[in-house]
Write a protein that binds this ligand. Structure first.
Ligand code: ADP
Length: 348
């Protein structure tokens, strides 16, 4: 990896409970352009966003493998460019904007291994700044998801606020956003992405998050969830508007059958788990939107991973509980809101 050809500047980090998110900017005009006029990506696992004078690189690493991240920074010499350009005064180099709990937890490690000082940016400030920036600056950033169809939204800058931002990371934060830097964290839940991955790992013996997500894709939750129809002998409970296929009790079928966890297909377990957690987050989000009269709910965080079934479950939950009044919206840079905000906090 050669950094000298790509004028790198501005590196920011979001060191979360599960994942480290990284953004850096490079002014690399010599990179190849594909048929659609888009530059192709040089690095595996890197998601890019092109700007007039260069591009933003988005990357993620597992927090438990933080050494991979340090190694990447070191091999690309990213830290030497810190927040400023190559001609930055010496005393500005090696100072990197960082948010998330790991900016505290791993400060000494960065200092020791790479002589980097982490300049901490408050986590909620970063999330909100990142979301506001992406919603305003990036074309087709937000979309709705219904019946397998994405519909991109044209965001009117003058009509963005107020909205509810739901960030589904390891845990979940719900933030009412009223303007640039004007927000309140109104709720949250500990039943989040970490719960899905943690419980999923224990119950299915999956080795990676992607494997668990893939399993859930192939599973059928009706095998384990107790449905309204299971209780009502296959009928709807129409008086209160519950169809026979509505989940009455997540994982509830397991108690009436004389089975052990090994007797269930991991696919079905993963599916029930994903549905339980997505539904719950969708419902709590809707209740908070209702509390403050908010019509728009943007969902971010790496739990979503652009996964169709996750987005569908959340969107259906919001739609169901709000009787169509509130809308669930998703973001293309879902997991990068916080790091984007930290990146934005450089003075120029
Ligand atoms: P945090 O800042 O708490 O780490 P993130 O927004 O990065 O939060 O989301 C972390 C969650 O994303 C995990 O709990 C898991 O549900 C999900 N996830 C998505 N991709 C991965 C992955 N490759 N490895 C682990 N977890 C992942």
């Amino acid at each position: 990896l050669n950094s000298s050809a790509d004028e790198v500047s501005h590196l920011a980090l979001d060191i979360g409970g599960t994942l480290i998110k990284m953004v850096y900017f490079s002014s690399d005009s010599d990179w190849p352009v594909d048929d659609e006029g888009k530059r192709s990506s040089k690095e595996k696992g890197s998601k890019n966003c092109n700007f007039v004078n260069g591009r933003l690189h988005f990357m993620k690493f597992e927090t438990r493998k933080i050494n991979d991240c340090l190694q990447f920074i070191s091999s690309k010499q990213l830290h030497h460019y810190g927040g400023w350009h190559t001609e930055a005064p010496v005393d500005c180099k090696n100072i990197i904007k960082a948010t998330g709990g790991g900016a505290f937890k791993f400060a000494d490690l960065f200092k020791e291994k790479l002589e980097i000082s982490l300049d901490k940016v408050e986590e909620m400030d970063s999330l909100v700044a990142g979301a506001n920036f992406l919603l305003k600056a990036v074309d087709r950033e937000a979309f709705t998801y219904m019946d397998g169809e994405k519909e991109y939204l044209q965001i009117d800058h003058n009509d963005l606020y107020p909205y509810l931002l739901v960030n589904i990371g390891s845990g979940v934060s719900m933030i009412k956003v009223d303007g640039d830097g004007v927000y309140e964290r109104v709720s949250g839940t500990s039943i989040g992405g970490g719960t899905f991955w943690g419980l999923g790992k224990l119950l299915t013996k999956c080795k990676s998050f992607d494997e668990l997500l893939e399993l859930s894709h192939q599973g059928n939750n009706r095998v384990i969830d107790m449905l309204v129809g299971d209780i009502y002998g296959g009928m709807d409970y129409s008086k209160i508007g519950l169809s026979s296929t509505a989940i009455a009790s997540s994982f509830g079928k397991a108690i009436s059958e004389n089975k052990e966890i090994e007797d269930y297909r991991p696919e079905d377990v993963a599916r029930s788990l994903l549905r339980m957690i997505s539904n719950n987050i969708g419902q709590i989000s809707y209740l908070n939107a209702l509390r403050f009269g908010l019509k728009r709910i943007f969902f971010g965080g790496f739990f979503i991973r652009g996964h169709a079934y996750t987005m569908d479950t959340i969107a259906v939950a919001v739609n169901f509980w709000s009787k169509g009044e509130a809308k669930a919206m998703f973001l293309r840079h879902e997991g990068f809101l916080g790091v984007m905000g930290a990146f934005m906090s450089y003075p120029n």
